[in-house]
Design a protein around this ligand. Structure first.
Ligand code: ATP
Length: 308
């Protein structure tokens, strides 16, 4: 297998008449990674995915997918990819089973039917339901099944959890992770920081058709600004200034100094070992930490001085 990244784009541009949807997009997605493509409405996520599959042609720049040029080898790229479109269109006259058999037929029946059943069961999707009776969420499940069923090397998923309830969202994310564990590369678009945080190895942030940042999700979490609430025993005198000087502590608020007891709230950036050592000598009654959401981390990240 080629060691070339699963996806590369260089200076990709796409205009729809006067609308510049992509303005020089440079992407690189390694084999076997889960890459979250995060951005607001209209940022260019769907346009990017459609260019990668040669469903639309870019206005400029270059793309390579699984070592191929989608413009020359679009068929081969699509055959090796599982694609979940933002809005799946299905023949209303068919049942779910009929629709999936039709889609499988287009892929030379490469998906073993047992796999289709397994995926459908996992999603609690009934194969006998007529397509015209499907709810939005159940239609989305059909999309997930058809993207995964032939165990493709690459998954291109356009907002995979849209329309699903929270339990099903989690199931889909678990299935995506399982596909990666079985060797697939995953590129998925999302508006939801939480789901990106849950499964992505890296996140690319797209804004107005440009990639503005690529971050490692774990590195991002390590930048976490934790809030730590410490309740001390009555009468415990504590030097708040000394706590403020502990490595990682960025702010301290508390009542301990004035009243000899109370609650201290600290902000800590990064590892907490130094704070834990400092607290070990104090009469701590309770200690709670709040895990910041990726959103808070992003805010901290973007508020770093010197960052654009
Ligand atoms: P969302 O999160 O809302 O799905 P997106 O990041 O997927 O958005 P795109 O659908 O790629 O964004 O759209 C990028 C820009 O291109 C938007 O301004 C959109 O209105 C425009 N656009 C997309 N498709 C077309 C089209 N067929 N004709 C004209 N403009 C289009």
């Amino acid at each position: 297998m080629s060691t070339e990244p699963a996806i590369i784009t260089q200076g990709l541009t796409k205009s729809y008449g006067p609308v510049q949807a992509l303005r020089g997009l440079d992407l690189e997605v390694g084999r076997g990674e889960i890459y979250g493509f995060l951005g607001p409405n209209g940022a260019g996520k769907t346009t990017t995915i459609r260019c990668l599959l040669d469903l639309i042609r870019p206005s400029g720049g270059a793309a390579r997918v699984l070592g191929l040029d989608p413009r020359r080898d679009g068929l081969a790229v699509r055959a090796r990819t599982g694609y979940l479109p933002g809005e799946l269109r299905l023949d209303e006259r068919l049942t779910v089973e009929g629709a999936l058999r039709l889609l499988n037929g287009l892929r030379d029946h490469r998906a073993p039917w047992a796999e289709v059943r397994r995926l459908a069961e996992r999603l609690e999707l009934s194969l006998g339901t007529p397509v015209k009776n499907l709810s939005t969420g159940n239609k989305q499940k059909v999309g997930v099944v058809q993207a995964l069923m032939h165990r493709p090397e690459l998954l291109l998923l356009d907002e995979p959890t849209t329309g699903l309830d929270p339990l099903m969202q989690r199931t889909v994310l678990d299935m995506v992770r399982a596909a990666r564990d079985a060797g697939a590369t995953v590129f998925f678009s999302s508006h939801h920081l939480a789901e990106v945080q849950a499964i992505a190895d890296r996140v690319g942030i797209i804004r107005a058709g440009r990639l503005v940042e690529v971050v490692d999700t774990r590195a991002l979490a390590e930048r976490a600004v934790h809030r730590v609430h410490v309740r001390l025993q009555e009468g415990a005198g504590v030097d708040l200034d000394a706590l403020a000087g502990v490595r990682g502590v960025t702010s301290v608020e508390g009542e301990a100094e004035d009243r000899g007891t109370g609650l201290i709230t600290l902000q800590v950036e990064g590892a907490m070992d130094a704070l834990i050592r400092a607290l070990a000598s104090l009469p701590v009654e309770t200690l709670e930490t709040e895990q910041p959401s990726l959103e808070e981390v992003f805010m901290a990240y973007y508020e770093t001085p010197g960052r654009d």
